[in-house]
Design a protein around this ligand. Sequence first.
Ligand SMILES: NC(=O)c1ccc[n+]([C@@H]2O[C@H](COP(=O)([O-])OP(=O)(O)OC[C@H]3O[C@@H](n4cnc5c(N)ncnc54)[C@H](OP(=O)(O)O)[C@@H]3O)[C@@H](O)[C@H]2O)c1
Length: 218
Amino acid sequence: MKIAILGGTGSIGEGFALRWAEKHEIMVCSREADKAVKAADEYKDRLTNKGLSCSSLGGCSNETGIKDVDVVVLSVPYNGVITLLKSLLTDFNDQIVISLVVPMKKNKWFEYSPPEQGCAALEIQDVLPKTVKVVSAYHNISAKKLANPDIELNYDVVVCGDDEAAKQKVMELTREIKSLRPLDGGGLESSYMIESMTPFLINLAIRNKLSDLGVKFS
Ligand SMILES: NC(=O)c1ccc[n+]([C@@H]2O[C@H](COP(=O)([O-])OP(=O)(O)OC[C@H]3O[C@@H](n4cnc5c(N)ncnc54)[C@H](OP(=O)(O)O)[C@@H]3O)[C@@H](O)[C@H]2O)c1
């Protein structure tokens, strides 16, 4: 599959690039093409140093990256994602768009701060053409753990989406990351439950002097 990671230069984008590069064609994307190329080169070096192979890993601007790809990962903070998507609208057609975006703010503790649509995934679907299939996933995965291919991620990933085939593809991509178990979380309207768990996990970690918590249902 061809996968573009928007904001792939950041914390969690790096992890997806490293974990999927062996099997898929990855475009690390950025608002600045040079920054993306530099990040992609660093990721390639990290994989090579670990003796891991990578099929195709390159860097480019967000605009270039989303053309002719199967999957677009939105690895961008909530406060920039809608403006970014509006600027890229003409380059979207029928891609699967994975939203891991969590709208949250910090007062004394972290709080879920959803838009009027009820969650980030629904707001993102509203902005994009109807032919684009938004799937919501990975909100509760730690960027630090994802970016270390030596770490087995013994967690569950709740996947929400209205297009069944797109949801199945994202569940398949999830299974390719060692020990992650995808769980069908229903339609996109259920995404608020899993988005809102992220500030809860961060607060839990702070209160209990833990870090990088994830979720496992059993
Ligand atoms: N970090 C985690 O553990 C984690 C876990 C689960 C979900 N998430 C979600 O994943 C998304 C990315 O998180 P992150 O921690 O990776 O974020 P980040 O490192 O702060 O940012 C990721 C990238 O987004 C781009 N970016 C930053 N501000 C932007 C703006 N205003 N407009 C457009 N692009 C912008 C930057 O890339 P360029 O400057 O190269 O364009 C940056 O490298 C967030 O929505 C977050 O809620 C994060």
